[in-house]
Design a protein around this ligand. Structure first.
Ligand SMILES: *Cc1c(COP(=O)(O)O)cnc(C)c1O
Length: 422
């Protein structure tokens, strides 16, 4: 039952690799390996009830919004020995004001900022670090636009492993760096953008014996696919028409797509939601490929956007993300930094704080509506990927009107200033 092999999902390849090798690339075609399972399909009909019952929470694994769904993650012998920080139990919030701003009837957000380190990366990391421990790895490593490093550092600390982070020079928010440092990771500046840092890490990891936890690691996707499961449970298994998420390295697109595919094969999904990938205009190679009908991705050499979490020009997961869009009849779009600012302000006006990259989803829906590529009457769920406090400089430096007002130090001065404000 517990898989001992990883499989290459590239059509026409399908080569298997031994799980004990800790590899992520197919030896034959260099495709990214995946975990596949022989699910006991006849039992699946009872799983939603089982998962719901666990939600009331006895054990640590039952309280995790990843391990609660462990029938879909039959990866380890003992569910109680997983490396968990209680990730995944994130809220789904309906937003009527933002819905009318974007031009759709029903809009909700699934807020991944409510995870232990403040981003969806925690759902992947709990599985990936558990596998690192099982393999006997001592040092884990990633290249990161910030959130992967915060998350890896926390789970590595939890498991007693060393953590090494490669960050592009000056391209990561101070808050995310501070998290990694706080959890004791070694942080190394490498190159000027994510793609350079990641390229160097991929080359050095085998030489230095580092266990790579970027989203090319198949165990990351296994954890992140639970975002789809948790969301559907919150929707009472009535899928929305669209699930919208930002695309950087496209690991999350691949993961959520894998979750939907497996639920569908198990008969737990009444209808396949369409996945929408939103990129920033200055870092939109996947959108360019998909919208032009091309079958190969042309990397962007110098990606640019203030939404640093999606400032990626050469997304490693594009082939599987492409298969996900084919499966779900998905869409892509790209939005400007100005549109991201507007969307972020709109979410904030609903009481929802998030990172700029997360706000791109709302901007994307608005744009697709204006272009007539999405109907008004649809039900949309946005995946908000990261917490508001991940990038506070962005708020104070770029958002118009986000400034502190000088009040003075006497009651009279303050009275007159505040009097004008209210
Ligand atoms: C990592 C991240 C993304 C991009 O996700 P990918 O899986 O790389 O496409 C988007 N937003 C935030 C906040 C992130 O941390």
């Amino acid at each position: 039952m517990i898989p001992t092999h990883l499989r290459c999902p590239t059509p026409g390849c399908g080569l298997e690799s031994d799980r004990e090798d800790g590899e992520y690339l197919c030896r034959r075609c260099h495709g990214l390996l995946e975990l596949t399972y022989d699910y006991p399909r006849q039992d699946a009909v009872g799983w939603p009830e089982l998962w719901r019952a666990r939600g009331h929470g006895g054990s640590a694994a039952d309280r995790s919004g990843v391990w609660r769904f462990r029938e879909l993650l039959p990866l380890f012998d003992d569910a109680e020995r997983v490396v968990s920080l209680g990730e995944g139990a994130t809220p789904l919030v309906d937003l009527s004001r933002a819905a009318s701003w974007a031009g759709v009837d029903h809009l909700s957000v699934k807020h991944q900022g409510a995870n232990p380190t403040g981003s969806f990366k925690d759902l992947g990391m709990t599985v990936c670090i558990t596998e690192a421990v099982r393999l006997g790895s001592k040092v884990v490593a990633c290249a990161s636009t910030g959130n992967t490093s915060s998350s890896m550092a926390a789970y590595a600390a939890r498991a007693g492993l060393k953590a090494v982070v490669f960050v592009p020079r000056g391209a990561v928010s101070g808050a995310k760096l501070a998290q990694a440092l706080d959890f004791g990771a070694r942080v190394v500046e490498v190159g000027d953008n994510f793609d350079q840092a990641f390229g160097i890490l991929r080359e050095l990891a085998p030489k230095l014996g580092l266990y790579l936890v970027n989203s090319v690691n198949p165990f990351r996707l296994e954890g992140q696919k639970s975002i789809a499961v948790g969301l559907l449970e919150q929707c009472d298994w009535r899928p929305p028409d669209y699930i919208v998420l930002p695309g950087g390295n496209l690991g999350n697109t691949s993961a959520i797509g894998k979750g939907l595919r497996e639920l569908s094969e198990l008969g737990l999904l009444a209808q396949m939601p369409r996945l929408v990938v939103v990129q920033a205009e200055g870092a939109a190679p996947f959108h360019k490929m998909w919208s032009s009908g091309s079958s190969a991705l042309i990397p962007v050499a110098d990606p640019s956007t203030r939404a640093t979490a999606i400032r990626i020009g050469n997304p490693a997961n594009w082939p599987r993300a492409r298969r996900v869009l084919e499966l779900t009849e998905g869409l892509t779009t790209a939005v400007s930094d100005l549109e991201i600012d507007e969307a972020k302000r709109e979410l904030a006006a609903c009481g929802i704080g998030c990172e700029p990259a997360s706000a791109s989803t709302l901007a994307g829906v608005r744009r697709l509506r204006l272009q007539g590529l999405m109907d008004r009457g649809v039900r949309v769920v946005l995946i908000l990927t990261g917490h508001q406090l991940k990038d506070t400089d962005y708020i104070t430096e770029h958002l118009a009107g986000a400034a502190v007002v000088a009040g003075g130090s006497t009651s009279a001065e303050v009275e007159s200033v505040v009097g004008r404000l209210v």
